[in-house]
Design a protein around this ligand. Structure first.
Ligand SMILES: Cc1ncc(COP(=O)(O)O)c(C=O)c1O
Length: 392
């Protein structure tokens, strides 16, 4: 590996700095403690970059004044999100329509608890972020899977199949936008059709937009609540946690745009609304208010890494196919020439000492796939692809 001992591995000044492996191995987070030290983890959605300086400063100042008590909406979080969404996406959010929740997982589960009864169907689109299955199961609802369709242009919503599913009377549609693991940004025309279906069949949409700020160069994201007609039956759950790497600090937001959906959020147990972490709230405010230049540089960095990954795959692992993601730092790799089920995952881990996410955990459509997290230095990425190639 080129540089592993000076704290940063990425020497390019036109990128956000990545930490060196020697520093990353000192992290106490899930990504770095799940596997033994000879394994390179490109797993769970955590990034290997240094914190955005305004966020680090906000947290340092909070530690100095022991500001470690309970979070409150009076902190300015709703206003910070509202201003960011207006600048970034021309999305007008009424601060009063923003409710802090501990994380996206907790927010979605509580919304499902309000919207569904045991046995009700909840539509999801596999392959999808695995905890979606757990969240639906946690409230006793049933998964109604409408798998994404795949063609030469990549993965996308299967609108005719969605229409058939809406016709069966589900209680909710849990949309992943942008989509993890395939990195798809749903097109405005597709979202308009989703709105038309949810209106016609009276099915509320929970739009998980946690990856929304992570739109890579060349793509444009459309927040669901900006689609005409959507606010009447959409609740968006969003967070700064993926784009600024704050998942451990615990803060996400449920956002509405109509009295009907605000009433749904209002029914979430008051205790949950108080459970957001103070550091999560303070970090999210710093991210939304002062973290945009850093975010823009991050997106350039991730765009570079996506291009590098494409070149490395073509050169060293030409049998692996992929559709480069439009958003997120996750690559969904078709390794079916290597094997089915979790075989590719096992091969890369056991022989290559590279940990990825096994495709089948995202649903049966993930057989023979792996998900690779490329939010790391060019050096780590290159080493991982070398190891994967050697393992074959
Ligand atoms: C689509 C999606 N939703 C939710 C989460 C988890 O969010 P949180 O940590 O806020 O629960 C992730 C994490 O990677 C994700 O990819």
């Amino acid at each position: 590996m080129a540089r592993v001992d000076d704290g940063t591995a990425s020497s390019q000044t036109d990128e956000v700095p990545a930490h060196a492996l020697s520093v990353l191995r000192q992290r106490r987070s899930s990504k770095w403690l799940t596997h033994p030290p000879d394994v390179l983890p490109l797993t769970v959605a955590e990034m290997d970059f240094a914190l955005a300086p305004p966020i680090a400063l906000a947290l340092e100042r909070a530690v100095e004044r022991a500001d470690t008590g309970y979070a409150t909406p009076a902190s300015g979080l709703p206003q910070a999100l509202s201003r960011f969404a207006q600048r970034r996406w021309s999305w007008a959010i009424e601060p009063a329509a923003v409710t802090a929740v501990p994380d996206v997982a907790g927010g979605v589960v509580e919304l499902l608890r309000v919207l569904t009864r045991p046995g009700d169907g909840v539509i999801v689109n596999t392959p999808v972020y695995r905890p979606f299955f757990d969240w639906v199961g946690a409230v006793g609802a049933e998964l109604l899977d409408v798998p994404l369709a795949l063609d030469e242009s990549g993965w996308h919503l299967d609108l005719p199949a969605l229409e058939r599913a809406f016709g069966t009377g589900p209680a909710a549609y849990l949309l992943c936008s942008p989509h993890n693991p395939v990195g798809r940004i749903h097109r405005i025309e597709e979202l308009e059709q989703v709105v038309a279906l949810s209106t016609r069949y009276g099915v509320p949409v929970i739009s998980d937009e946690i990856h929304a700020p992570l739109v890579l160069p060349g793509a444009t994201f459309v927040p669901m609540l900006t689609v005409p007609g959507a606010p009447a039956q959409t609740i968006t759950v969003i967070s700064a946690s993926k784009a600024w790497n704050l998942a451990g600090l615990k803060c996400a937001m449920a956002v509405t745009g109509s009295p009907a959906m605000a009433a749904v959020v209002e029914r979430i147990a008051p205790s949950v609304r108080w459970h957001a972490g103070q550091f999560g709230v303070l970090a999210a405010i710093a991210a939304f208010s002062e973290g945009e230049p850093w975010l823009d540089l991050l997106l350039v960095t991730l765009g570079n890494r996506r291009a590098r990954l494409g070149a490395l795959l073509a050169d060293r692992l030409p049998a692996i196919r992929w559709h480069p993601p439009e958003a997120t730092y996750l690559a969904w790799l078709d390794c079916r020439t290597v094997g089915s089920g979790s075989d590719p995952y096992n091969r890369f881990l056991e022989r290559g000492r590279v940990a990825l996410e096994a495709g089948p955990i995202f649903g049966s459509a993930g057989s023979g796939y792996v998900r690779l997290n490329f939010a790391t230095s060019a050096e780590v990425l290159e080493e991982a692809i070398d190891r994967m190639a050697r393992s074959l």
